[in-house]
Write a protein that binds this ligand. Structure first.
Ligand SMILES: C[S@@+](CC[C@H](N)C(=O)[O-])C[C@H]1O[C@@H](n2cnc3c(N)ncnc32)[C@H](O)[C@@H]1O
Length: 200
């Protein structure tokens, strides 16, 4: 019997709206690195829509094998085997990329890991590259909706180091890493898609 593929309902719901934003920003770029690829549904869907873009997915060493079940089943030539990356690794052992994408990961990892994520982005994103970050955020310390506040409580109950991040702190870390804020897109289900540009 074929092995069951990893699946996330959230990915099914958000992949079309995310695609619309990616289509505005992806043009002639050749390579993208995804951090925290999860079920691989995003990689599979977006690699199909951008056949000239190499979509290199990754996830933590603990979880990358699960992600690879879907990557391998997809058989897409522009979706190579996902690689193990924990953002806390001092060296991600990768090439540099034209784009970096991550969805629903910054509120899962600890605040310290978010800082390490941006250090890694600084090392790994090519000059003039884009960082695209999807997920829910707070603004000025305030939740945008009651449901995001409840989600945050649930996250913290599960792991006190998790939690929704402030847009301002993300923008600060991005600036420190040589990135400029480009756009904040409101997305369905109280999410955002933040876009940053690496100046050089
Ligand atoms: C809620 S899942 C989101 C997965 C997928 N991107 C999606 O949108 O469905 C959070 C992801 O962040 C990854 N993650 C958590 N901590 C991480 C870390 N320190 N380094 C890299 N990835 C991490 C998890 O392994 C998981 O794949």
């Amino acid at each position: 019997m074929p092995e069951e593929l990893p699946y996330s309902e959230a990915c099914e719901n958000n992949k079309e709206p995310i695609l619309e934003i990616l289509q505005k920003h992806i043009d002639k770029q050749k390579t993208l690195l995804e951090i925290g690829g999860g079920s691989g549904q995003h990689g599979e869907f977006f690699a199909q829509h951008f056949p000239n873009l190499l979509w290199q997915s990754s996830d933590t060493p603990k979880t990358v094998d699960i992600l690879n079940l879907r990557v391998q089943a997809s058989g897409l030539s522009n979706l190579p085997e996902a690689i193990p990356i924990d953002v806390d690794d001092a060296n991600w052992n990768v090439d540099t990329y034209d784009l970096i994408f991550t969805a629903n990961s910054l509120h899962i990892m600890s605040e310290n890991s978010v800082k390490n994520f941006f250090r890694g982005v600084q090392r790994t994103l090519n000059a003039h590259g884009l960082l695209l970050v999807y997920g829910p955020f707070k603004y000025g310390g305030k939740f945008t909706t009651k449901s995001n506040e409840q989600f945050n409580s649930w996250l913290k109950f599960r792991d006190p180091k998790s939690g929704l991040r402030d847009f301002e702190s993300i923008n600060f870390l991005a600036n420190q890493s040589g990135l400029e804020f480009l756009a904040d897109n409101s997305m369905p289900a109280n999410n955002q898609m933040l876009v940053f540009y690496k100046t050089n």
